[in-house]
Design a binder for this molecule. Structure first.
Ligand code: RUQ
Ligand code: CUA
Length: 651
């Protein structure tokens, strides 16, 4: 046996062994004996050991994917922000995903991941997340862990209260945090009370996941903060917290903390559907974009929209009611039975829990305090189901365990408080290190929580981890809730600022995980199906390189006839049909990110060489023992040179 070959084989064996250890040694232990058949079948609490945890990346614009109970980071899914690791927002195919009415927007602030549901139970098809700054909602496909769609929300000043969804994923909602003139126009800021409005949007989700802004409701100019849809008996309703009912436009820390109570807006969306059907809407001319990724074409496609239907509450009786809620409420969370609506008041000294049944009675009996812009304000005493006393300072968000308890995060006193639904007594509390914002119980927002853990999502970690300069990591804490007393199990740092998070049993997602894209289904107009189709074509000063990759070479790997001033498109198809064999692509001096191409996919990057010379290109992802051999050269000649296009591999 030739020595070089022997050496290569030994390296290959070592690499394969290392990969096996890396891949399988670090997985959450599998629990395939849980007995579930399909993702949508509910299995009782405690049956599952392992979960995927999806955390918002906050101002990183991404989603972090962790394993539970290990707390280990598996993946960062790029959503609203460019990610050079995966060429998200850099490749020609993914750029359309960032189109908005403001042009190409490569960043956002993502707060609330939300798993799709069927019958009020997370089903593992998709996870949605909001873009707060340039109002958008994204849908991530959980078979590929990639962003499949991003829709812009028109007539919104900032999409914070989003994308909470109804129990069969009929709608994801979007409420505007900042009120603005709608439609937007040039007015003095101190004309706030007269000119500024909020909107609550219902975005329809089709069977295949496609989103459409079905209708919006024009509401008074408060700040609409968070949302939660009804379930079971309250299915058909959705609830939105608001603050700044004072309608202040400056120094809100003082001016928006005057009123003793603000509101939860209760929207009857089934009624809204009737009004839409009956044509009781106004059509606003509003420009916004819907972008989706065509999985067969391996390409993002942008659609421009120009109209949206808007309902005006004063013209639609019964559409929306206000529930008085103390004091600058933040989170609103409906319990698993659908009867109780818990509100976290940032400045409140109790957790207020409204009763859905009492709300319906109060509406029937017209127990109103007043009416604001056609929206009846219900009497507090008529809708209140209970008050949790001594819940800690600054209660924000509540999740449920399915055993009759609520868990509320309290930011200022930095703790989780466990309380009993019905008696409203606090039964346990545990400190969080430090300053918890959201919290997450697996399935804790659904009709049938999986329970087992509560995860604290903390804003501040002073003295908890090694310092990392002026900014310290944010963190999550895993807490066991199977006993009477909550027990801290684990701390782990998070990527980006975790706002909300969602967890789902690993089994539900694992069996749907896509391994490859079948090459025969690749419909990318610049894709190729076999190495023999690889080629280089000149069209004026534009050059298209149709390139293939397979372990461990490019075709072509020698290219000549490129000239300074050319615009070179590398259309790179990864011909592999094996799981976990992406190849990368980068060329020296590329003013862009690498490409990272999945098996069976095609991606494109543009290069404009500025100087003559010879430029190496190579595979950036360690793909086999001979990964370092996966390289090539491009010769760039001066402008006006008569070197003809030529290319090849192995000649
Ligand atoms: S928030 S810490 Cu952006 Cu959901 Cu409450
Ligand atoms: Cu292909 Cu490394």
């Amino acid at each position: 046996m030739n020595r070089k070959y022997l050496k290569a084989s030994l390296i290959a064996i070592a690499v394969v062994a290392a990969f096996v250890i890396l891949h399988y040694g670090c997985q959450e232990s599998k629990n395939l004996s849980a007995g579930d058949e399909a993702g949508r079948v509910y299995v009782a609490p405690g049956t599952y050991d392992d979960f995927y945890l999806f955390t918002s990346g906050g101002f990183s614009g991404q989603i972090g994917v962790y394993g539970l109970p290990s707390g280990r980071l598996f993946r960062v899914i790029p959503v609203f922000s460019q990610d050079p690791e995966k060429a998200w927002g850099y490749s020609e195919e993914s750029k359309p995903m960032f189109m908005t009415s403001y042009g190409f927007v490569p960043w956002d602030d993502a707060h609330h991941p939300k798993l799709s549901q069927t019958d009020g139970i997370a089903d593992g098809r998709w996870i949605f997340i909001n873009g707060n700054n340039t109002p958008r909602i994204a849908r991530v496909d959980l078979s590929t862990f990639t962003t499949a769609e991003i829709i812009e929300i028109p007539n919104s000043g900032g999409n914070h209260g989003s994308p909470f969804l109804t129990e069969n994923t009929e709608y994801v909602v979007a409420s505007t945090r900042f009120s603005v003139p709608i439609p937007n126009k040039d007015v003095p800021i101190n004309s706030y009370k007269e000119n500024f409005k909020g909107t609550i949007s219902f975005v329809k989700v089709a069977k295949d996941g496609a989103m459409n802004v079905e209708f919006q409701i024009l509401v008074p100019g408060f700040d609409y903060d968070l949302a939660s849809a009804g379930k079971g008996p309250s299915h058909g309703w959705a609830f939105f917290t608001s603050y700044n009912t004072e309608q202040a436009n400056t120094l809100l820390e003082v001016n928006a903390s005057q009123n003793d109570k603000d509101f939860i807006a209760a929207v009857n969306w089934k009624k809204a559907e009737e009004y839409i059907k009956a044509g009781k809407f106004k059509t606003f001319n509003s420009t916004y974009f819907r972008n989706y990724y065509d999985e067969k074409k391996h390409m993002g496609i942008s659609e421009k929209k120009s109209e949206v239907r808007v309902l005006i509450p004063s013209e639609c009786p019964g559409l929306i009611y206000y529930l008085p809620t103390p004091k600058s409420p933040h989170g609103v969370d409906v319990d698993p039975t659908g009867e109780y609506i818990a509100a976290g008041g940032k400045l409140a000294s109790i957790i207020v829990v409204h009763s859905f049944e009492k709300m319906l009675k109060a509406i029937e009996n017209k127990e109103f305090d007043t009416t604001i812009d056609g929206i009846p304000v219900l009497k507090y005493e008529s809708v209140i189901g209970g008050e949790v006393k001594n819940p800690g300072l600054g209660p924000l968000h509540t999740e449920f365990d399915g055993n009759g308890y609520g868990y509320t995060s309290s930011f200022i006193s930095s703790e989780i408080v466990k309380w009993k639904i019905g008696t409203w007594e606090v039964v346990d509390r545990i400190p969080a290190y430090y300053s918890i914002g959201h919290l997450c119980v697996p399935g804790g927002d659904t009709r049938k929580p999986w329970g087992k853990y509560v995860i604290a999502l903390n804003k501040i970690t002073k003295d908890r981890y090694l310092p990392t300069g002026p900014e310290l990591t944010q963190s999550a804490q895993l807490i066991d809730i199977t006993g009477d007393k909550m027990k801290l199990l684990l701390d782990f740092p998070t990527i980006g600022e975790p706002h909300y998070a969602q967890a789902i049993p690993a089994d539900i997602l694992m069996k749907n995980s896509k391994k490859i894209y079948p090459i025969e289904e690749n419909q990318n107009p610049y894709g190729i199906k076999a190495e023999k189709d690889s080629r280089v074509e000149r069209d004026g000063n534009v050059v298209h390189v149709y390139m293939s990759q397979i372990r461990t070479h490019f075709a072509p790997d020698n290219i000549e006839g490129i000239k300074v001033g050319d615009v070179v498109y590398f259309h790179v198809t990864n011909l592999e049909q094996d799981w976990d064999i992406p190849h990368g692509f980068a060329v020296k001096g590329l003013q862009n990110s690498e490409l990272l191409i999945m098996p069976g996919a095609t991606e494109t990057v543009v290069w404009t060489p500025q100087n003559e010379g010879v430029y190496p290109f190579y595979c950036t992802d360690f793909c086999s023992a001979l990964h370092q051999e996966m390289q090539g050269y491009i010769r760039v000649s001066p402008r006006g040179s008569n070197v003809q296009i030529s290319y090849g591999t192995g000649k």
